[in-house]
Design a protein around this ligand. Structure first.
Ligand SMILES: [Zn+2]
Length: 221
């Protein structure tokens, strides 16, 4: 069973790595954002509540979030594992997640954290470009992630743009919040013996290889 919690600072390449693991191990990628979007379409009391809260920019109550997460994780496609992205974000949520796993008779599995220097993250943030048309993400400061033609999407020919919040000052704030919230969470999982630290400075393939070797052999603890 490959239950994975994936933790990484902003711009660490978590999305790219999640997508690879999802494909290679045939396990679903589950984010709280996706759960909310799906639920908002449902014709039920909870569905209508989620739709209302999310369209008005509010936050869904914790208890309802946990309930939806438990429902999602009890689905058939999670039987052989899943990648949990964006949850838990703090120790309180981690404790709730433990309770959910206990009820589902599931194990914690692997907590994988990508570690990168602040300098590298800054380079990635300032180099990130997104296709206006299809949303594909490029990075002009990272090998193998540059577009073939400058400012042009390889896939659809759309124009590449820098997102407004991809700048140094917004990054510094997001990174600080990440460190503050995440460190206690990492300590929590380290104590449980399920924390695996992956060096996120390498190429996409190198990082993927490191994650795969953890999932196959339980190495790099
Ligand atoms: Zn495109």
């Amino acid at each position: 069973m490959k239950n994975i919690i994936f933790i990484a600072p902003p711009a660490a390449g978590k999305g790219t790595q999640s997508a690879k693991i999802e494909k290679e191990f045939k396990i679903p990628h589950i984010s709280t954002g996706d759960i909310l979007r799906e639920k908002a379409h449902e014709d039920s009391e909870v569905g209508r509540y989620v739709l209302e809260v999310t369209t008005t920019g509010g936050l869904v109550k914790d208890d309802i979030m946990y309930q939806m997460l438990e429902e999602r994780l009890s689905k058939k496609d999670c039987k052989n594992g899943y990648i949990l992205d964006g949850f838990p974000r703090n120790v309180n949520q981690a404790e709730k997640y433990d309770e959910i796993l206990k009820r589902l008779n599931q194990e914690l599995g692997y907590v994988i954290v990508l570690e990168l220097s602040e300098k590298t993250l800054e380079m990635r943030i300032t180099g990130r470009r997104v296709c206006e048309n299809c949303g594909l993400v490029y990075n002009i400061n990272t090998d193998n992630m540059q577009p073939k033609v400058e400012s042009t999407c390889d896939k659809c020919g759309g124009r590449l743009k820098q997102r407004n919040d991809d700048n140094i000052s917004s990054f510094k704030t997001r990174y600080q919040v990440y460190l503050e919230k995440t460190q206690p969470l990492l300590d929590y999982y380290k104590q449980k013996g399920v924390l695996y630290v992956v060096n996120g400075e390498g190429s996409v393939d190198e990082i993927n290889q490191a994650i795969r070797s953890i999932l196959m052999e339980g190495k790099n603890k």
